[in-house]
Design a protein around this ligand. Sequence first.
Ligand code: SAH
Length: 363
Amino acid sequence: MADRSAPSLEDLIDAQIRATGPMSIATYMGLALSYPARGYYAEGDPLGTKGDFITAPEISQMFGELVGFFIVNCWQQLGEPASFTLLELGPGRGTLMQDALRVAAKAEGFLDSLHLQLFEANPALRLAQKQRLDQYNPYWADEIDAVAEGDPVFVVANEFFDALPIRQFVKGKDGWHERLVGLRDGKRAFGLSPTPIPESTLPEAFHGADDGTIAEIGLAAADAMQRLATRIKAQKGALIAIDYGYGTTQAGETLQGVSRHRFADVLERPGEVDLSSHVDFGALARVAAAAGLDVAPLATQRDFLGRLGIVERATMLARANPAHLEHLSAALKRLTHEDEMGTLFKAFCASAGGIEPVGFADT
Ligand code: SAH
């Protein structure tokens, strides 16, 4: 239960702005999403039809099953190491991993070699993960890259990177000004930092942009990728991230608020509205490549799931249980159709150890 005598997150944020001045969007997002006990991801369960949004693994078991097949295939390509870490970032209710491991269990030796690690900020979701995954003895680490040394590492992240804070910069005549959250007439409002930063400090894609262009920079995502890529390079393995986003760094605002399956004002009701942005997979690819990983060509979710055999899987499940036919074909459409999640969502893979990831086109 929330402590009603305690100040609300809105009051805390406004007080901080009054005390120290306008804050970066990254700071605002960090507070709104993660402030202990009050942030959006700090309590409650945002997922599902009754929550704020629904994710691919919650739509159909097929999603997690195909990811399970993908991981087993990576493990086999590394020669079936007798001890490895499987780390999921932001596992939600644990549904993806439950479906993945049910399939992976069929590969002899896989479960015996598995150390399951979960990275999760939300105590309610940790509990849901424990309930679903207890038989695999999961371990929750507080640091994203706190994996056992030496063993290969496989990392799975579905709709995790979009939740990490971003900063925004707006091109002006004299350089790029950071977009900040301040107070105007007592209400939270966007403004610009008076001090510009030089264009050379931003990725090349933004150089020479027109006045008014918005650049989004995801330093938290880059940091997460950097830390994981270092472990994967040293210990072999792969990272697969599936999320909405774009393949090459590009201008434009994608920061959005969602509440109860509808778009909501980013600055209103912090802690109650989900805030996210489209993932800049181009930036993540640069970080992974600089750390020495092989980066597969980005695949649309539609192509990725299609190459892994989602249509065949749906057909098989429908044959086994004809009563599910309608549900299965609706799920298949939601996951793969271009008007739904099919092309907006992308699959990204970076690996080390000579893995040729299934589901991705050849380089
Ligand atoms: N992967 C799940 C859930 C996606 S929602 C699915 O596909 O259904 C985002 C997940 O990331 C949630 O589990 C959320 O609690 C977690 N999360 C968000 N920000 C986080 C952070 N900074 N650190 C750890 N976990 C975080």
